[in-house]
Design a binder for this molecule. Structure first.
Ligand code: MG
Length: 268
């Protein structure tokens, strides 16, 4: 009886292995059904292959096709800028502090923004709130990552620091609180990985809103969130026609927040 069971079990294993085993020249099939709405068969050999992208050497490192916006050495990709009704680039370079592989907000020295403009992107950025805790609520480690100079993912020291939920770290400011408070302690480096889909307009008409996905220190805090419009303070956001591409901006909110390892990939 036991032998029979063993025989049966090994037969089942052999049969199921054979079914999953690829053929020797398994590069695709054209005798399979068509995928709905697509000009390709299931496993179509003619379907274009994606480009090869070499990942960063370390976790968080820039992959081979990323635009490195800041690697700790210079502000060459950035300009001084002013946020509000979008972003206005100044002709001058940022005057934030630059040292030991990071940049630091200097109170009174304005916002900064990239010279290059972007639409849909994947963004990696690392930041640290000041290790010396000063102030509370919105006055503690406040800065912000402004996609297209308009849509703020809030940067704030949210470690044991109560503020309004739609203003804490990882919030789409004034609209959506983060799904979790994943903040590290003041002074520790933290990561945002952001997927941003730019809004689309046809003339004056909004045909697709902006969407944000935010991963904060490895924790999903915004999951394909629809933005109500560009970030505003104490008001309801609403869309107004804007350029398809615009600069990434970092906010100066008067607190010496640090940034490092900033890279971006265009998504099309
Ligand atoms: Mg802010």
């Amino acid at each position: 009886m036991r032998d029979m069971r063993l025989l049966l079990l090994s037969t089942v294993c052999i049969v199921s292995f054979a079914q999953n085993k690829p053929a020797a020249d398994d590069k695709g099939f054209t005798d399979t059904p068509m995928l709905p709405g697509l000009p390709f068969h299931v496993h179509d050999p003619a379907r274009p292959h994606p480009p090869v992208v070499t990942p960063g050497a370390q976790p968080g490192g820039a992959p081979s096709d990323a635009i490195v916006l800041f690697n700790g050495s210079d502000f060459s990709k950035w300009s001084a800028a002013k946020l509000g009704n979008g972003v206005t680039l100044a002709a001058s370079a940022p005057t934030w502090k630059l040292e030991n592989g990071f940049m630091e907000v200097v109170p009174g020295k304005g916002d900064i923004a990239t010279k290059e403009k972007f639409g849909d992107v994947q963004l990696h950025i690392e930041w640290a709130a000041p290790s010396e805790v000063r102030g509370n609520s919105q006055s503690r480690g406040n800065s912000g990552v402004f996609l297209q100079g308009r849509y703020e993912v809030q940067v704030l020291d949210s470690f044991d620091n109560i503020t309004y939920a739609d203003g804490q770290a990882g919030a789409v400011y004034g609209q959506w609180p983060p799904l979790a408070n994943a903040a590290r302690k003041p002074g520790e480096w933290q990561t945002y990985d952001i997927l941003f889909e730019a809004p689309k307009f046809e003339g004056e008409k909004l045909v697709k809103p902006a969407y944000l996905t935010v991963i904060f220190n490895g924790v999903v805090v915004q999951n394909h969130r629809e933005a109500m419009g560009p970030t505003v303070y104490r008001a309801v956001a609403k869309y107004v026609p804007q350029p398809a591409e615009d600069s990434l901006a970092l906010q100066n909110h008067g607190n010496p927040v640090r940034y490092r390892n900033i890279w971006i990939r265009r998504l099309n």
